[in-house]
Design a protein around this ligand. Structure first.
Ligand code: DGT
Ligand code: CA
Ligand code: CA
Ligand code: ZN
Length: 622
């Protein structure tokens, strides 16, 4: 976490605790303003804090808050923060952090009913005492229940993005051991779930090197980032490993720090990581077993039973042979296995059981056993265009040219520049005049780079869908854009009816190509809109609008189940990275995994089309 985030977090926490103690609104606001000012700084606050004048020159920072910032930079904390923390229970702040619950309510719960934890809040809902508070009806209580459920999930699970980074780091470290033949992540990570409980990493050692298992496990326990060895044996270890969510605008926030996943000495959130060494001839069986899902495995084992076979993490065996081996008292540690029907690779297991090979992302017992003629799932390498990207003109970190060169380096034939529209003021949305100039700029970069690299750079916009469903620019301006991504950004608590009407109106707009992050949800953070998806997909099909899977791991919107619904409804899909910074291109894999969880095939994803087909499709709306 950067110092800026730390300082901003402390100031915000001071403001919250003051509010909970019923302090003067003016002081509360001063700390909130200072917190936002620090969070928004492009410079390092630790450097700025060398000069009190420099701090005071910043809008939102006053003499008192300047001193606290200097104190925080020098000592790592603020005395007032520590004093307030002693007075306000952590649980009360967790309650305040629930979306939709304000300080007045949290304070009343605490002061009147003594509620200072989720447990007590749940009890007060159960015994009806919460209802005695002012403005606390059934609707408000339902909202609190929903928010608590989301917070409980947050405490135990991790976004796939940061978890992926940890898994890759661990795999990279362990690969350095010369005896490793195979090493891969299994579990929910391999299935591409939007959140991951723990990491399951499987290793097989080269033939003749099996005795190195213990050394490899010892190496795993000593890796950088390991904060705790929960257990370690000859062939497996359970570790807690630091999750580095830094470097992204979502990462390292306070809520994650306060969650149960934090180590006692609080270096930041950690994820449980199970490393298992399995025999090379069982690697496929172990991958199958530990990839799950549990529901999928239950079905598959039953199918094996029906065919007189036993399926376990060591392989697929003839029932009689396995039982005989078992009753002879041989230990199933993998060193002494009977002859298997299959087990070295997953494909062999599914083939022997006469089940069409399901992609890991499909293994949720959602119809994968009924597939007769498998279709090829979309793959990362199929994606040839990025159609939702931001530049320094709004809130992106790259210029048009940098963005386009990166897209070309990724092997894309097309990149669409879609900066924010005027209503997104915080994101630096473009007023119509600036957009007109920006279109010209994009076109000149296109002229240059198309000649040099052959890439097509399109001028577009991510246009806000306003509360009533109208778009944020007039039609004559929209018509000048090569690509229009229409997205909801504000008023994300609208009811289903209003949200459905709003999004339908955008889909029906003849100049819209793509509906961006349709619900506006943030994984484990914000529920977003809950429109009638069936109606949206039907309209999208009718009006030839692509529904976006926003690939950022914090969004993944459409989500997997929505994708499945959209595929069945027959509308086209876009998978976009919503690029703001260079590393955002890497999020594409999460969008593709979500697509695969929704059984998407490449042909109905517009980003896989060749340049000619894609450009013709875009022009059909002009
Ligand atoms: P997570 O970690 O909560 O995100 O979800 P998973 O799916 O990674 O679950 P996890 O880590 O508990 O176990 C990994 C896989 O191992 C799971 O998908 C299926 C398999 N597995 C683990 N324990 C059992 C079990 O008791 N029975 C069966 N059938 N499978 C299990
Ligand atoms: Ca797991
Ligand atoms: Ca596990
Ligand atoms: Zn957006």
């Amino acid at each position: 976490m950067s110092t800026n985030e730390q300082v901003a977090g402390k100031l915000e926490a001071i403001a919250q605790m003051m509010e909970l103690l019923g302090e003067d609104g003016f002081r509360v606001n001063a700390h909130n303003r200072a917190s936002r000012a620090v969070a928004g700084l492009a410079e390092d606050v630790a450097v700025l804090a060398n000069s009190r004048e420099a701090l005071l020159a910043i809008d939102g920072i006053g003499p008192k808050t300047a001193d606290k910032i200097i104190e925080c930079v020098r000592t790592g904390t603020i005395a007032e923060y520590e004093e307030l923390s002693a007075k306000v229970p952590v649980g009360v702040r967790e309650i305040l952090a629930l979306p939709g619950l304000g300080p007045k309510t949290a304070r009343a719960m605490w002061q009147i009913l003594g509620i200072d934890s989720f447990a007590k809040l749940k009890a007060a809902i159960a015994d009806g005492s919460l209802k005695t508070l002012p403005r606390m009806g059934d609707k408000a209580i339902a909202k609190i229940n929903e928010a608590m459920a989301m917070a409980a999930e947050t405490a135990q699970r991790h976004w796939i993005g940061p978890a992926w980074t940890v898994a890759q780091r661990v795999i990279g470290e362990l690969k350095k051991h010369g005896s490793v033949a195979r090493i891969e992540p299994a579990g929910s990570m391999r299935r591409g779930k939007e959140t991951v409980g723990d990491l399951d990493i499987l290793v097989a050692l080269k033939e003749g090197k099996e005795a190195d298992a213990e050394a490899l496990i010892a190496m795993a326990c000593k890796m950088a980032g390991v904060t705790q060895v929960i257990s370690a044996g000859v062939t497996r270890a359970s570790l807690r490993v630091l999750v580095d969510a830094g470097g992204t605008r979502w990462g390292g926030d306070e809520q994650a720090e306060n969650s149960g996943a934090t180590t006692a000495h609080s270096k930041g959130p950690t994820i449980q990581t199970d490393v298992r060494v399995v025999p090379l001839r069982s690697f496929g069986a172990a991958m199958q077993y530990f990839t799950g899902s549990k529901d999928h495995n239950v079905r598959l084992r039953a199918l094996a039973q029906d065919q007189g076979l036993t399926l376990n993490e060591w392989g697929l065996f003839d029932d009689a042979i396995w039982k005989k081996h078992h009753t002879k008292g041989k230990v199933e540690d993998g060193t002494d296995l009977p002859k298997a029907v299959a087990g070295a690779d997953e494909e062999g297991i599914y083939a022997a059981l006469k089940v069409a090979f399901p992609q890991p992302e499909q293994r949720e017992d959602r119809g994968e056993f009924d597939v007769k003629q498998p279709t090829r799932s979309i793959e990362l390498a199929d994606i040839k265009a990025e159609l939702h990207a931001h530049t320094t003109a709004s809130d992106g970190a790259m210029t048009i040219e940098q963005l386009a060169r990166m897209a070309h380096a990724r092997g894309f034939h097309t990149i669409a520049v879609t900066d924010h529209s005027q209503s997104s003021t915080i994101a630096g949305g473009l007023k119509p005049d600036r957009l007109r100039k920006h279109i010209d700029d994009v076109h000149s970069v296109h002229a240059k780079l198309h000649k040099e690299l052959g890439i097509t750079v399109l001028a577009g916009s991510e246009v806000d869908i306003l509360t009533d469903g109208s778009l944020d620019y007039k039609d004559d301006l929209l018509a000048q854009l090569d690509v229009v991504v229409a997205s909801p950004h504000a008023a994300l608590t609208q009811d289903t009816e209003a949200a459905t009407k709003r999004l339908l109106k955008a889909i029906e707009h003849p100049l819209v190509h793509i509906l961006g992050h349709p619900t506006g949800r943030l994984v484990m953070r914000r529920g977003g809109l809950s429109p009638d998806m069936a109606r949206l997909f039907a309209a999208a099909k009718q009006h030839n609008v692509a529904m976006e899977i926003n690939a950022h791991w914090m969004r993944l919107d459409l989500r997997d189940t929505h994708v499945r619904q959209a595929v069945n409804a027959g509308c086209v899909i876009a998978i976009d990275c919503d690029v703001h910074a260079p590393s955002d291109y890497d999020n594409l894999r999460f969008g593709v995994m979500t697509a695969r969880r929704g059984w998407l095939t490449a042909d109905i994803c517009i980003n896989t089309w060749d340049a000619k087909k894609l450009h013709a499709w875009l022009k059909s709306k002009r």
